[in-house]
Design a protein around this ligand. Structure first.
Ligand code: ANZ
Ligand code: ZN
Length: 799
């Protein structure tokens, strides 16, 4: 049989759809709020390598969903754009001298061509590019709003520095102690930084997760990353050494277990703790200094890791336990981090693993507070209390005595927002010797990047922009005096933190987007993309959205209502696709050989959307054969105005129902299987009724839009199938299958009855008890046991 000519059909329809502006959308008031659907794809970084087969997986899923929703009367916003700032373009510039804007434009052209070859229903009139000054003007504007609200601040602090990217990076970008982007070594470096106060939103970022239809693992990752801990800060007075002339400081600790205060047998301060010098006795000074020097060389991860051997040095100093006056030795150890809590702890080896390992190593006593019964001991008046009761009571007592207070701590840290690189949005601030930091006036935005000759990072912790005097030297917007521009640029996460807002009104010259249009579409109804952004992009975007919400720019507290993560597409060998392994599938070649429709259908047929699955050339062949069979049925069968036979009608109704429900549940693979069932049945018919044929094409249209459109035209239609309504099924054809249920008493069959397939155990028991024959054998007896096998048998054991 024949293959249809995808090389002609697919470009033909792509061109026609574009000319007809079929997928352009407006904010039509005729659609009520519940009939508006904003479907967002994670926009790609247009790399030089071109599209990866993983991209069209999510894009096909959202495309099918959009097409289905449109056929069900929804107004659809479905846009696409480019997340185009970032290091690869800059590294390429360093290597070749090509300006990043040039290589980026080239890559975008290639990506657009590749994506358009799939026939996705994007409204291309809304395309955006984060490196376009008309776009980043508003990224800079948002930064200024953060700055004016006190949510952007300058700080000199030790940050994570990637040695190979030669830039500071955010905590969220450190993965297993290495750079998330390049895998390079991350060290601590003291650097002047711009920080965003995401911690001010920690509580709301945590609580509002409850509003979202997101995969639980992603929500959990965000909860853990925010890391809220309830506990208490407790003051321990230092014990005087030989010098009694100056008043003693207080050592503040944070604990989540104030109920174990009586079990504290040593204290630990972080090597960076400001009181360390005061605490340390002259005899211990040299040892402590050496220890501090060595711990500087380790990363936080190395220091805090549970299985790592705990090290530390006694300081010679002591503190007083405020509950019982016990004198407790103070150690310095690097498993306590300066960046969390107060940078000091009371150690309770009986109830904390790390403390126990440390105590065993250095022979420190262990005092147990809670035993098997869960009641406190060794704790004077608190003995006998449960942990919860104890915590509450002792915290109140500490507060009354003025030596402690209830405290909430978060693991979340402020966002290190500056990058010492060229290819990013310039931070729109000026440093003036007279006025300090001054914002670039909003009417001077966008602040564009200057042309440069060399893109190499300076390696000094300054951006390449610092080497361009013409750009750096400027006038202070406030006093007019000589001043210098901020030379750090924004991280790649900046542009992607709000892009979904710009799609709503992409050419607006006066605002980020029109308020009414924002209200029309927000929030994003469905967001589809990879899970790798769980605590990066998805946390940052939520933060910016909340800031914009507080400013009255957007009217919803959250940006993305529903989220789906597509699974990885692996290579045929089950490994991750990578250039170095030579196992990368090129979408251009697949489209050339099998067609876009086949590739779309295949990626959806591989398995459940969320799962990782390996590519299979045999698999795509099979899918292509299915589409050829569809083509041939329409070419060869007689299509008449007569009614279809009852049997085929029945299968069609089932198919309408199942394919629709499956698309709604993003269960695309099972929907395709149902389309195949229908085609198998249709193949054995000589004729096909026109109505049946048309209904089938409508079901196929979201999956294989080109083929469905071509066959639709061949049936004589002049308007697009993609503007058609989804067919309705007739419930009368959908009676469920019946099965015979056997009723038995003490193992002997006493009756039977036909019943609908799939009844619950309770329903089956009810049927059995209502059966007269069964009733006869149960009379006067007690049922000791029931054995119910669904769709088969109900057996009563009586005595
Ligand atoms: C005494 C205690 C007894 C603790 C016990 C735990 C168990 P989360 O839940 O992560 O907030 N801690 C506090 N600050 C620290 C720091 N800067 N570096 C390392 N550890 C620190 O953990 C809080 C607990 O971690 C605190 O409660 C403290 O140890 C330790 F049976 O205090 B706990
Ligand atoms: Zn000034």
């Amino acid at each position: 049989s024949d293959r249809y000519d995808h090389l002609t059909i697919e470009p033909k329809w792509q061109k026609k759809w574009a000319e007809a502006k079929l997928y352009q959308v407006t904010e039509d008031a005729a659609f009520p709020k519940e009939k508006r659907f904003y479907c967002l794809d994670m926009f790609p970084y247009p790399s030089g390598a071109g599209l990866h087969v993983g991209h069209p997986e999510g894009y096909t899923a959202s495309d099918i969903l959009c097409r289905y929703k449109r056929m069900n009367g929804f107004n659809i916003l479905h846009p696409m754009g480019w997340d185009a700032f970032g290091l690869p373009a800059e590294n390429y510039a360093i290597k070749t001298g090509t300006h990043p804007a040039v290589s980026t434009a080239k890559n975008i052209t290639n990506f657009r061509r590749q994506i358009q070859a799939f026939g996705f229903c994007y409204d291309w009139s809304r395309e955006i590019d984060t490196t376009d000054p008309e776009y980043f003007k508003w990224t800079q504007w948002i930064f200024l709003q953060l700055y004016k609200k006190g949510l952007a601040y300058e700080a000199n602090m030790p940050i994570n520095w990637c040695e190979s990217c030669q830039t500071g990076i955010a905590n969220e970008e450190v993965k297993d102690g290495c750079c998330e982007r390049c895998g390079g070594t991350v060290v601590k470096k003291d650097l002047r930084q711009w920080m965003l106060k995401i911690t001010a939103y920690a509580e709301r970022l945590l609580n509002d997760l409850d509003l979202l239809d997101w995969p639980e693992p992603i929500k959990l990752m965000q909860r853990n990353w925010i890391g809220k801990s309830l506990g208490a800060e407790v003051d321990f007075e230092l014990v005087a050494g030989s010098d009694t002339s100056t008043p003693l400081s207080v050592l503040k600790i944070f604990t989540t277990r104030p109920d174990t205060l009586y079990g504290a047998t040593f204290m630990v301060v972080a090597p960076e703790h400001t009181l360390l010098e005061e605490i340390t006795t002259p005899e211990q000074k040299q040892k402590v200094q050496e220890y501090v020097r060595l711990s500087r060389l380790k990363s936080d991860l190395e220091r805090a890791h549970l299985d790592k051997d705990k090290t530390g040095v006694f300081t010679g100093g002591y503190a007083v336990n405020p509950v019982n006056g016990a004198k407790i030795p103070i150690w310095v150890a690097d498993y306590v981090l300066i960046s969390y809590g107060t940078g000091a702890i009371m150690a309770v080896p009986a109830h904390d693993e790390r403390d126990l390992a440390f105590a065993q190593k250095y022979n420190i006593p262990v005092i147990t507070i809670f035993g098997e019964d869960g009641k406190a001991s060794n704790s004077e008046k608190y003995n006998g209390l449960t942990s919860a009761e104890f915590k509450e009571k002792i915290t109140a007592d500490l507060e009354k005595k003025g030596v402690g207070q209830k405290t909430v701590n978060y693991k979340l840290r402020d966002w290190v927002f500056a990058r010492q690189r060229y290819w990013g949005e310039p931070i729109p601030l000026v440093h003036c010797p007279q006025c300090g930091v001054v914002a670039v006036p909003e009417n001077e935005l966008p602040l564009k990047l200057p042309a440069v000759d060399r893109y190499e990072p300076t390696g000094t912790g300054e951006s390449p922009l610092a080497n361009i005097p013409d750009w750096v030297n400027t006038k202070c917007p406030q006093c007019g005096g000589a001043a210098k521009r901020e030379t750090n640029t924004m991280p790649q996460w900046a542009g992607s933190s709000w892009y979904y807002l710009r799609y709503i009104d992409p050419r607006n010259q006066t605002e980020l987007a029109d308020k009414n249009k924002l209200a029309y579409w927000l929030p994003v109804d469905h967001y589809i993309g990879g899970a790798e952004h769980a605590v990066l992009h998805l946390l940052y975007a939520r933060f910016w959205h909340k800031v914009l919400f507080d400013l009255g720019v957007v009217s919803t507290p959250e940006p993305f209502q529903c989220l789906t993560n597509q699974g990885l597409i692996l290579a045929e060998d089950g490994q991750k696709m990578s250039k170095s392994r030579g196992n990368v599938i090129n979408p251009d070649e697949v489209i050339r050989d099998y067609g876009a429709d086949a590739m779309r259908l295949y990626e959806m047929f591989m398995g459940p959307l969320e799962m990782a699955k390996p590519w299979s050339t045999k698999g795509i062949l099979g899918v292509r054969r299915f589409l050829d069979r569809v083509w041939n049925i329409f070419e060869q069968k007689k299509i008449s105005d007569e009614l279809a036979d009852e049997e085929l009608l029945k299968i069609l109704q089932q198919t309408i129902k199942k394919v629709g429900e499956d698309i709604n549940n993003l269960s695309f693979n099972t929907g395709i299987a149902q389309l195949m069932i229908f085609i198998n049945a249709a193949q054995s018919r000589e004729t096909l009724s026109k109505k049946t044929a048309e209904d089938f094409l409508k079901l196929l249209a979201p999956y294989a839009p080109h083929l469905a459109e071509e066959l639709w035209e061949k049936l004589g239609h002049k308007t697009s199938i993609h503007l058609e309504r989804w067919p309705e099924y007739d419930a009368k054809y959908l009676t469920t299958a019946e099965v015979e249920i056997v009723f038995s008493v003490n193992g002997k069959a006493r009756g039977a009855q036909k019943a609908a397939k799939g009844l619950s155990q309770a329903e089956l028991e009810k049927l059995a008890l209502a059966n007269p024959a069964v009733q006869k054998y149960l009379a006067g007896k007690t049922i000791i046991k029931k054995i119910i096998v669904p769709d088969k048998i109900v057996n009563f054991v009586v005595g």
